[in-house]
Design a protein around this ligand. Structure first.
Ligand SMILES: Cc1cc2nc3c(=O)[nH]c(=O)nc-3n(C[C@H](O)[C@H](O)[C@H](O)COP(=O)(O)O)c2cc1C
Length: 340
């Protein structure tokens, strides 16, 4: 996830319980692009013990090939193509979700990437741009070019992040493609993961926002899949996670206020499971300094330290109540704009 899945975040997650593998933030590909250094760090300095796939977003064949070849010099598990980003500034350039309007061009990109990448080549897509009219053609290209793994986020680009997820269309993809499919969209808990795997027939799930909210979710899913009791998380553990994240993402070049503001973006998700009234979110959003932020954390998380952090988000508590859709100004899936 852009602005999220950097080296620091991956390390914090891995300490708590890593996913089977990670996908990087997307590398932008265009005529002037160079592989972004901070994203490369999440590959070159990956100490999580889990493989990491490098994701590309772009539409220019020559530069996609150039970037894929450069990525192959790094210790990646494979290369992933982004066919889903719904930010208007992105899709208007015909990249990410914008490409879903042009299945012929997708076919050309998949053919080129397959020819370029000797190892694992994966695709992450939405079910369409504004409807599913091109879905089958794209799935057929996925088969034709021997894509190794397909992740399907069960929404169209126009549906952004908050509509219902169309798991029936993910099931459709599972039936149509020959490679394994990961189901994506609102995997909120181990129970949701089981339900989604059963209804879609997918081989696995990809988890985005709910791993920011609840980084224990990967461990909990493993427990649930093994038929074990799912461990609960206490508010004191959540306090510890926040502290770890604060320290891991700190940068001496970034002023305290800016760092606190960045933390608020993660905490918008965490706060969905702290209390049903959204009181933590309310107070957290008003902090400006590290001391204020941790005072709010202490008040809401340490007064009843053994209280259970809700496995599901509390109903009606959304991560950013005033920002339902990314603005045209945003050039990606930034934490500023994506709600849950
Ligand atoms: C802050 C943020 C950044 C994201 N960045 C990316 C990205 O770089 N590449 C990508 O394929 N999807 C990205 N996504 C989309 C997620 O991977 C995922 O498809 C979507 O959030 C739905 O899954 P979820 O309900 O598990 O979050 C991003 C989502 C969020 C919230």
């Amino acid at each position: 996830m852009q602005d999220v899945t950097d080296l620091a975040f991956m390390r914090v997650i891995a300490e708590i319980g890593a996913p089977d593998y990670f996908f990087t933030e997307f590398f932008r590909v265009h005529a002037q692009s160079r592989l972004e250094k901070h994203i490369l760090r999440s590959i070159d300095e990956n100490t999580t013990g889990r493989p990491v796939f490098a994701q590309l977003i772009g539409e220019d064949l020559f530069h996609i090939e150039r970037s894929a070849r450069e990525l192959l010099r790094h210790p990646i598990a494979g290369v992933d193509l982004n066919l889903g980003c719904p930010a208007p500034k992105v899709y208007k350039k015909n990249v990410g979700g914008g490409l879903l309007r042009d299945p012929e061009h997708i076919d050309a990109i998949l053919g080129l990437m397959r020819a370029t990448i000797p190892g694992l080549f994966t695709v992450k897509m939405r079910i369409g741009f504004e409807d599913t009219r091109n879905f089958d053609r794209i799935l057929d290209s996925v088969n034709h070019h021997g894509v190794d793994l397909l992740t399907v986020h069960g929404r169209t680009v126009k549906e952004m992040y908050r509509s219902e997820v169309h798991y029936d269309w993910i099931a459709h993809a599972v039936h149509r493609v020959t490679c394994p499919v990961l189901a994506n969209g609102n995997v909120t808990s181990p129970e949701a993961a089981i339900r989604i795997l059963e209804t879609t027939g997918a081989r696995g799930v990809m988890i985005g926002r709910h791993a920011i909210r609840n980084p224990w979710i990967f461990r909990q899913c493993r427990e649930r899949f093994a038929g074990l009791d799912v461990s609960t998380v206490t508010l004191a553990e959540v306090r510890h996670y926040i502290e770890r994240l604060y320290r891991a993402t700190a940068d001496s070049e970034v002023p305290e206020r800016a760092h606190v503001n960045k933390m608020k973006k993660y905490l918008n998700f965490v706060g969905q499971s702290v209390d049903a009234a959204g009181a933590f979110l309310h107070d957290m959003r008003r902090t400006q300094t590290e001391a204020e932020l941790f005072a709010v954390c202490d008040r809401h998380l340490l007064e009843q330290p053994t209280r259970v952090f809700s496995p599901e988000p509390y109903p009606g508590i959304i991560a950013r109540p005033n920002c339902e859709t990314p603005s045209a100004e945003t050039d990606g899936c930034s934490l500023d704009t994506v709600t849950a």
